[in-house]
Design a protein around this ligand. Structure first.
Ligand code: 4AD
Ligand code: MG
Length: 461
């Protein structure tokens, strides 16, 4: 079978030739002696029109087909200069590979994204989701390409872990204990020593701590894998299962970290615009008008930079506009992040040097002893897309900070060892892959950029 993509890429070769394609019926209409089928095979954003006539033996059978059927069409590809599509296929044979029932949920009318979420097994057959999931695939490739071209080593960090990287306690537990008959210790606590790993374990919230160990061996590494957070926040930007890209660079500081993040985002935007032009045009027309212009501007200008302290001064002046009031020391909420990037800077912005109390234990303390060398990258339409930092590389300072937070250094011996055996300045960040897809497509709900989303109260399929 040829693909519709091949027909578009190599029109000259296939015009007036006999070809065979296979795909799913998007729409079908017939008159007495001929009919039209719009078929899409998923290889290209544009569909292909099939014209068939009553010269075919199974004309009646074809005309009775329902939308959604899988068909194989043999025929001649002919140019249609007047039509929307550059060519169509005049069928000599239409074979029904798999009929579709009359209650096929995707009829020609536009369906809401909410409705389509209830049929996540069928929504990839719609235009929007064809575009989203091709862009998702291309973006993953572009990210690997970016890091591999720069010599970064791809590290597979574990999904089951005994440490809580972000210290937020938002972890899904992994256990084989019998919940109806949980073994207890003498003081009445769950006896995890009897669990599969002999200790309490969870799904990872981040590959960073493991990633750091490989950066201290390979210099530049990245992870790209699933992460899990049992955050009880039912928003359009939070998923319980999401993918994260976490580069970690040795002999590098916060400045190097920001340069890497900016170069990566620009590279990925450029790659996707070049390699999914049809899909990007579609998003620009039907999902987010102005998307392409905006992304082009991002690529051609520098990201803004501001410290947390400066950002708070800017935001405090507009406290009347916010549900949650800003003052020094509070964590920035999505409304504040969006205000900064959409109203103040009107482009992506790096916010640096956050108060230590709202950030994770591993971040490098600044000289003021109040803030840490953290950086978040905020983008219009979303807010935080990247979170990162320079890491505390001094053994004593890290141990002191952990003690302050009630963490036991014994539980993180491997991590402490890195500060003991050839510690280097190092930094890294995490890019939320789904937020990146939202940014690239203009889609406004994270549930619509994940094939089978997992969010609070939702784990279908
Ligand atoms: O800011 P976060 O929590 O940073 C870390 O996990 C660090 N260990 C990263 C590092 O320095 N290596 O998460 C990083 C990014 C966020 O900026 C956001 O884009 C995304 O991960 N993210 C989520 N995306 C979807 N759903 C959630 N529940 C998310 N939580 C974080
Ligand atoms: Mg963060």
């Amino acid at each position: 079978l040829l693909t519709i993509r091949e027909l578009y890429k190599d029109q000259e070769k296939y015009l007036d030739q006999e070809i065979t394609i296979g795909g799913w019926v998007r729409s079908i209409r017939d008159s007495k002696s001929f009919g039209f089928i719009v078929v899409n095979d998923g290889t290209y954003f544009q569909p292909l029109q099939v014209v068939y006539s009553d010269k075919l033996d199974n004309f009646a059978e074809i005309s009775k087909m329902n939308v959604g059927a899988a068909i194989i069409v043999k025929g001649t590809l002919v140019a249609t200069p007047q039509a929307k599509q550059p060519f169509e296929i005049q069928a000599e044979e239409v074979q029904i590979e798999g009929a579709s029932a009359p209650d096929y949920p995707l009829q020609k009318k536009r369906h809401s994204f909410e409705y389509l979420r209830t049929i996540s097994h069928l929504r990839p057959r719609t235009n929007t989701f064809q575009a989203v999931f091709r862009v998702r695939s291309l973006t993953a490739y572009a990210i690997h390409k970016f890091f591999q071209e720069r010599g970064f080593v791809y590290v597979h960090t574990p999904l089951i872990t005994a440490s809580d990287c972000e210290g937020a306690g938002e972890m899904f537990q992994v256990t084989t204990l019998d919940m109806d008959n949980v073994p207890k210790t003498d003081d009445g606590k769950v006896d995890y020593a009897q669990d599969f790993f002999g200790k309490q374990t969870s799904l990872t919230v981040s590959g960073q701590l493991n990633g750091e160990t490989y950066a201290q061996a390979f210099r530049n590494i990245y992870t790209f894998g699933p992460t899990f957070r049992a955050e009880n926040s039912n928003t359009t930007r939070h998923a319980a299962e999401f993918w994260m890209i976490e580069p970690e660079i040795a002999f590098a500081d916060l400045e190097d970290n920001m340069e890497l993040a900016e170069a990566m985002l620009k590279y990925v935007i450029t790659y996707v615009m070049e390699n999914a032009p049809e899909e990007m045009k579609f998003f620009n027309s039907f999902v987010d008008k102005g998307l392409i212009d905006r992304l082009e501007n991002v690529v051609s200008s520098d990201f803004a930079r501001v410290t947390y302290t400066e950002a708070v001064e800017m935001l405090e002046k507009h406290n009347d506009k916010f549900d949650y009031k800003v003052s020094w020391g509070v964590d920035l909420q999505t409304e504040h992040e969006r205000y900064l990037t959409e109203q103040v800077f009107k482009r992506p912005v790096f916010v640096t040097d956050y108060p230590k109390d709202i950030k994770a234990f591993y971040m490098k303390m600044n000289d003021d002893n109040k803030t840490v060398a953290a950086v978040d990258c905020l983008v219009p339409g979303i807010g935080e897309i990247i979170g990162g930092s320079q890491r505390e590389d001094d053994y004593e300072k890290l141990a002191a900070r952990m003690e302050e937070l009630g963490m036991k250094t014994e539980d993180y011996q491997f991590y402490m060892d890195l500060r003991k055996y050839g510690s280097t300045r190092h930094a890294g960040f995490g890019l939320g892959f789904e937020r990146c897809i939202m940014y690239l497509t203009g889609m406004s709900n994270i549930r619509d950029v994940i094939p089978f989303p997992r969010t609070v109260n939702n784990c279908e399929l």
